[in-house]
Design a protein around this ligand. Sequence first.
Ligand SMILES: NC(=O)c1ccc[n+]([C@@H]2O[C@H](COP(=O)([O-])OP(=O)(O)OC[C@H]3O[C@@H](n4cnc5c(N)ncnc54)[C@H](OP(=O)(O)O)[C@@H]3O)[C@@H](O)[C@H]2O)c1
Length: 209
Amino acid sequence: MSAVSADGSTESPFPRVVGFLGVGTINAAVITGLCSGPSSPERLVLSPRGAARVAALKASFPGRVEVAASNQEVLDKSEWVVVAVLPSQAPDVLGDLVFRPSHFVVSLMAGVSNRDLGKLMAPVPSANIVRAVPLPPVKDREGVTLVHPRHPRVMAMFDLLGIAVGVDEEGKMAKMQTVTAMMGAYYAMLRTFHEWLVGGGVGPADAST
Ligand SMILES: NC(=O)c1ccc[n+]([C@@H]2O[C@H](COP(=O)([O-])OP(=O)(O)OC[C@H]3O[C@@H](n4cnc5c(N)ncnc54)[C@H](OP(=O)(O)O)[C@@H]3O)[C@@H](O)[C@H]2O)c1
């Protein structure tokens, strides 16, 4: 399957196989968005932790999603790897793995710097490591995602899941990421307004506009 680019031509930003290390809330949203859209990798290889979640993704997208027996198998089978374990888990999880210099890594982990990622994923060159901060609406392909550095194929990937916002400096990325963390409070506030309006007799559709 292919993406439709601005000039009307079709091309996919993905290699054939993309691995996902740490299939929690955000990677599950990314996987769902990719598999439900017009373009996705041919094969998505998932790490086995979070058995119920990975089984549900495999059942939802049969033939495309595969569950690996180990984290190393994810790396061995994939050209790109999207990493989303918790930042505190990164040294243990990544330190045990053997990366290839040809791997391309998209790290979704908040606050783990490019420099630390380079050390944890050696011998992957720094040019092959991109950080991204997607928000959960990527599940419905309506999420905004920060991307640093502004890598064209990673930008294209997250444009398929909503809108990618390229950030040219790591310091700016940290600041912008902090603001994305306010998303939960923002949606909670909107829900409170909605409930208050509906409780006051306004129809749910009108209350949502
Ligand atoms: N949630 C968001 O909106 C969001 C947005 C942008 C970026 N992020 C970043 O994405 C990362 C993950 O966040 P999250 O909210 O998705 O967290 P999460 O739901 O807690 O997911 C973390 C996943 O990592 C798995 N895991 C733990 N140890 C592992 C190991 N040794 N090997 C493989 N998988 C392992 C966990 O499996 P178990 O369940 O079995 O422990 C869990 O499925 C964080 O670094 C966060 O900063 C999150």
